[in-house]
Write a new protein. Structure first.
Length: 646
């Protein structure tokens, strides 16, 4: 009985068990045990089979080490009272990826696999505790590694946008005017304060619009809408206010400038006007080079002028990495520049066709991006995946309309090639009639892929289901998504088939916990992080999102919306997101190094060249993928139970 009393005492006083009812604790006591390890002895060693037990430190100190190819062990962490170890393999049949030794005399509460699974399933607070702790551990290691990266090769960058907040740069107090003030008054304010914009406020003191020097010139001189002494601020102001919070980082203000094509961002503090930031302010914060990329794109009048801008985006990416920007920030900023580039190419191609006598587009249309571009995750100028949806034409004009858009699609694809976006080897491009269709043909194709779902259809769906409108009439894309959601709702088998297609491939870790790499060829001893790891997270999250009617296409955005829809837990979403960010950090870092060496970025990485902590972080990310695949199998597959127990 003394043993049981000790276990009971531990459960009553240690997180997360002390929140359990006394009845539950009493039920657990005989199923758990306390184990003691003398200083210098191993709890388990790297490469040994899983004991299917979780160890929670009650007293003492445990040292976690990982040995490399030559047997040299590196300390990657310590576990203190209240912390646990053995979690990476407790639910699997894999071997231990590292060793744990008692650095001091050690006492642990040992939780068998079946008890741990039961607790995680029936008690959300317990599940949240373990998920949160694992997440914090992964993020901590991630941040340490990122912080240590010097990126000397990219040290030409200036004041970091990712460590300064908007409130450090904004102008305040904001010069404002009332809606009824005359334009003459507004102009006087600009002259008096030597500023280029005035914020117009309503009777409640809230910003209602912004008036810039350009607004005054356009409305008064060019358009001659009214006389200065009669015209009011409300008549000339732009109501398209772009705002950010004062605690936002400067990179977020930059993103708004690029996205909306404005030169002023209004700064708010909990709903109140706090300041204003101009493009000039941002330019002063660091070199003008990266800031003017979007402007240069918008002002180019030929495809030749756009051809070299991709290299400037590469330099911008280098700067973002050097400033230790988050993966989410990199995705947002680089994707916005690529979208701006794509839209400019489309506009120039439309103008070309008009000049050749084809006229304007005969019906409304929408340009869609798919794949990584559709998910806003294209960080390098990779192969194209795009298409055109155009409005259903009148039958008598269908052939002419088709000819126009096939030609337009070909011109745009060629323009993208000239700007460094390689053609898709599988022909998933708007220059291919199969990917340039009227809405009704797209809907019929989508239904066929979803209802029939043969292996080729599944392959098409993994490309198609990331489609995102980039230009044109976005309502066409909305209607196509509506069709997709209706089809999925009436064909649950398709989700199961997508899941089966995804989980047939496991992460590149061996039974003994080592990395599985290419055995021969140019990538011997390397792992393709995109194909062997990242794609699994993308695929699983996509299946959840489409099944739950979520239009968002980015992986991080889908996770956010799945949490909001209560389709997955917040803890799981944060865990998955942290793993995805980790994998993308490695991909971005390796690809930038290859660019700097004049090599082609290919997503391959040699894990044996990583530090021991980096290897541990990569293995943690892989373990999250394994967990996500099991969740996906259990949720969508009729064979999920077999997978869970195999």
């Amino acid at each position: 009985m003394p043993h049981n009393d000790d276990v009971r005492e531990v459960l009553r006083n240690m997180e997360p068990f002390r929140a359990l009812d006394e009845e539950v604790i009493n039920e657990l006591v005989p199923k758990l045990q306390l184990a003691s390890f003398s200083k210098g002895t191993y709890v388990f060693k790297q490469g040994t089979p899983s004991l299917h037990k979780l160890f929670l430190v009650v007293k003492g100190l445990a040292e976690v080490t990982v040995a490399g190819e030559h047997g040299v062990a590196t300390v990657v962490g310590y576990r203190r009272p209240g912390e646990f170890f053995g979690e990476t393999v407790v639910l699997t049949d894999e071997a231990y990826p590292g060793s744990v030794m008692a650095k001091e005399d050690l006492t642990c509460l040992v939780i068998p696999r079946e008890i741990f699974e039961n607790l995680m399933y029936h008690y959300p607070d317990v599940a949240a505790f373990f998920s949160r702790t694992l997440l914090e551990r992964m993020r901590g290691l991630y941040q340490e590694i990122v912080a240590e990266q010097s990126y000397e090769a990219y040290s030409r960058t200036e004041s970091p946008l990712f460590r300064r907040r908007v409130k450090e740069l904004m102008s305040r107090p904001v010069v404002t005017c009332r809606l009824g003030d005359t334009v003459t008054t507004v102009a006087s304010l600009m002259q008096e304060h030597n500023i280029s914009a005035v914020v117009a406020i309503n009777d409640e003191g809230q910003p209602a619009g912004i008036i810039t020097e350009r607004d005054l010139v356009n409305k008064l001189l060019v358009e001659s809408q009214c006389r200065p002494e009669d015209c009011t601020a409300q008549e000339v102001m732009s109501t398209r206010l772009v705002t950010v919070e004062q605690d936002a980082y400067l990179n977020q203000a930059l993103l708004e400038v690029i996205k909306h094509g404005v030169k002023h961002v209004v700064v708010m503090d909990r709903g109140m006007l706090a300041g204003i930031v101009s493009l000039v302010d941002l330019v002063k914060a660091r070199s003008t080079g990266t800031f003017w990329i979007a402007h240069r794109i918008e002002t180019q009048t030929s495809l030749d002028g756009l051809a070299d801008i991709g290299k400037e985006v590469d330099a911008f990416l280098n700067a973002l990495v050097a400033e230790k920007a988050s993966v989410r920030d990199i995705f947002s900023l680089v994707s916005e520049l690529y979208d701006t580039l794509t839209r400019r190419i489309i506009k120039l191609c439309e103008e070309e066709l008009a000049a050749e006598g084809w006229g304007a587009p005969p019906v409304p249309y929408c340009w869609i991006n798919m794949g990584s571009a559709g998910r806003r995750e294209q960080i390098m100028r990779t192969d194209q995946d795009n298409g055109i949806i155009y409005a259903n034409p009148d039958p008598e004009n269908a052939q002419n309309v088709s000819a126009y858009f096939e030609l337009l699609g070909t011109r745009i694809v060629d323009g993208l090639i000239r700007c460094g976006f390689a053609p898709c080897k599988g022909g998933v491009m708007a220059s291919n009639p199969a990917w340039c269709r009227p809405l009704d043909a797209w809907e019929a194709t989508a239904r066929r892929w979803i209802y029939r779902a043969d292996p080729n259809d599944i392959r098409m769906l993994t490309i198609f289901l990331d489609f995102r409108p980039t230009w044109g009439d976005t309502s066409l894309a909305t209607r196509l998504w509506d069709c997709v959601f209706r089809a999925f709702k009436s064909s649950s088998a398709t989700s199961a088939l997508l899941a089966r297609d995804e989980i047939q491939y496991r992460v590149p870790l061996s039974f003994l916990g080592g990395f599985i790499t290419e055995k021969s060829g140019p990538h011997k001893n390397e792992i393709d992080l995109k194909a062997a790891a990242c794609v699994h997270i993308v695929n699983c999250v996509r299946i959840f999102a489409v099944t739950h009617g979520i239009r968002e296409t980015s992986t991080f955005g889908r996770l956010d919306e799945l949490v909001a829809a209560e389709a997955i837990s917040r803890d799981d979403a944060e865990f998955i997101g942290a793993a995805y960010e980790t994998l993308m950090m490695f991909r971005i870092r390796e690809n930038i190094k290859k660019l700097a060496r004049g090599e082609k970025p290919d997503n391959y990485l040699n894990p044996h060249l990583l530090s021991k902590r980096e290897q541990a972080l990569l293995k943690d990310a892989f373990s999250v993928i394994t967990r996500l695949q099991k969740i996906t199998a259990g949720q969508f597959s009729d064979f999920g139970q077999h997978y869970l127990t195999s």
